[in-house]
Design a protein around this ligand. Structure first.
Ligand code: ADP
Length: 464
């Protein structure tokens, strides 16, 4: 196959590359294709020497070859983010042309003039090798290795031409273009291999980018899924908390209802109940049933969060209502209750049902704490302190185990066989919503004491 035919094939390469890499076109691809195109142009022009005057043909061929390699180097440099300035490249190309022409004039056909072209070519080809090798190492790219390898082969060919020039066989230096058909063929093959390598490099790069993007997307989706799962779990936990709270809250009024109903049944059966006593028991049943429906209503609103009903809350009234709720237990356990309240209502701002729940939880704990102690008692104090209402509920139970003090009040911590470990957490959460706090401490003289602090309602607020 003649060089002309090879040149035509070579001319197809940049076009082919441009088409193959249609989706991956970039300035780097464009520069590499341009390099190939210029190289093919140089080759074709060299083959047409018979039809073009040598004073045009020779400098044009050399300029095309020079700029072809310069473009390839620039493509690789740009890929690495260190491109040359295009103005500088144009100036160097022009300078090369001038030097080439001067050499031609001054040295005629001397060795130095003949050596200039392969020498410059060698330097440029080695540049391509260097940059391609750098990319190959960085990105472990077989395509870049192919570029480096093919151009290294080419540089060996050019080097042989130089050797041939300086140490000619017949003692007379030859014009490389006439004598180095080998270099041209080698050059074309190396360039073709380089182009194939470049396509490989671009495809590898896009595959890597695609894999990166795919793995990023997968990570994102995984995170989203995890987030959804967490949100779901959190909701489940929330429902779990509600369910646990429900069981916890419903137990007291249900027990009270059962106790009142049993007392009414026993009394009626034995014909021992008068009208007033019957009505009292029925009122308790009604009160506790209302309490039940309030609790279920609150739970419902917890599941479907609605604005809690905010208003003035009389803490003494709330506490007395809750004492009434636990009265059957108090009586059953023989617990003495002392309630020292302020003379006037201590008002706080908040949701009466939620605050009742807090007091109930604390009373329930106190009741459970005094279960096994002789002469059990519960002391309740309601005071104003600065701008706070302080409700202290002290019991005569065993108090807090110092070894467990820091865990008490954390969700699910319980020392009771049938405990849920949620009462204090729920109470604390409710109080925090009301800008209040709950502290549990060992009281002086034994037993535990819970202090509930809530901001006093601003003066001027009236009871509904
Ligand atoms: P539960 O009552 O289901 O255990 P709580 O959150 O109400 O859940 O209470 C957590 C733990 O705090 C109790 O198990 C108990 O060890 C301790 N505790 C709460 N109140 C008192 C109290 N008045 N006296 C002694 N320990 C208490």
């Amino acid at each position: 196959m003649s060089n002309l035919n090879l040149g035509l094939i070579y001319l197809l390469m940049p076009i082919l590359m441009w088409v193959v890499l249609a989706r991956l076109r970039s300035p780097v691809v464009a520069l590499w294709c341009l390099g190939s195109l210029l190289g093919a142009g140089a080759l074709l022009l060299a083959e047409l020497f018979a039809f073009i005057p040598p004073w045009i043909n020779a400098p044009m061929v050399n300029l095309l070859e020079f700029t072809s390699l310069l473009s390839s180097i620039q493509a690789l440099r740009l890929d690495q983010g260190v491109p040359w300035r295009f103005r500088w490249m144009a100036a160097v190309s022009l300078g090369y042309l001038v030097v080439f022409e001067i050499c031609r004039e001054v040295y005629a056909l001397g060795t130095y003039r003949l050596a200039l072209v392969p020498l410059v070519e060698l330097v440029l080809v080695l540049q391509v090798v260097g940059w391609a090798w750098r990319i190959a190492r960085q990105q472990k790219s077989a395509g870049a290795v192919t570029i480096a390898g093919s151009h290294l082969l080419l540089s060996v060919g050019v080097f042989l031409v130089l050797v041939q020039l300086f140490f000619p066989r017949g003692g007379v230096p030859n014009c490389p273009r006439d004598s180095s058909g080998l270099t041209d063929t080698l050059g074309m093959l190396a360039s073709l291999a380089g182009d194939v390598g470049f396509i490989g490099l671009a495809l590898e790069r896009s595959l890597t980018q695609w894999l990166d993007a795919a793995s990023k997307q997968a990570r994102l989706e995984e995170r989203q899924l995890l987030g959804n799962q967490l949100a779901h779990l959190d909701r489940q936990r929330g429902f779990g908390l509600v369910a646990a709270s429900l069981a916890h809250e419903l137990n007291q009024p249900l027990t009270a209802i059962l106790a009142s109903a049993q007392a009414a049944r026993r009394g009626t059966a034995a014909d021992r109940l008068d009208r007033v006593q019957s009505l009292e028991l029925l009122d308790k049943i009604i009160l506790n049933t209302r309490r039940l429906s309030e609790v279920t209503g609150r739970i419902r609103s917890f599941i479907r969060p609605a604005e809690p009903h905010q208003g003035p809350v009389d803490l003494e009234k709330v506490t007395r209502q809750m004492l009434e709720m636990v009265e059957p237990d108090l009586q059953h356990q023989g617990v003495q209750v002392a309630f020292a309240a302020e003379g006037s209502p201590v008002l706080v701002q908040g949701d009466a049902i939620q605050l009742s729940q807090v007091v109930l939880n604390v009373l329930r704990n106190a009741l459970e704490a005094v279960q096994l102690v002789p002469d059990p008692f519960i002391q309740i104090q309601l005071n104003r302190s600065a701008d706070k209402a302080v409700l202290s509920i002290r019991d005569s139970g065993p108090g807090l185990d110092p070894g467990q003090a820091d865990r008490i009040g954390t969700p699910y911590f319980t020392t009771k066989p049938d405990g849920l470990g949620l009462g204090l957490s729920i109470a604390t959460a409710i109080l925090q919503q009301h800008q209040g706090s709950l502290t549990l401490r060992n009281a002086e003289g034994g037993g535990a004491c819970v202090d509930i602090r809530l901001p006093l309602r601003a003066v001027g607020g009236a009871l509904p």
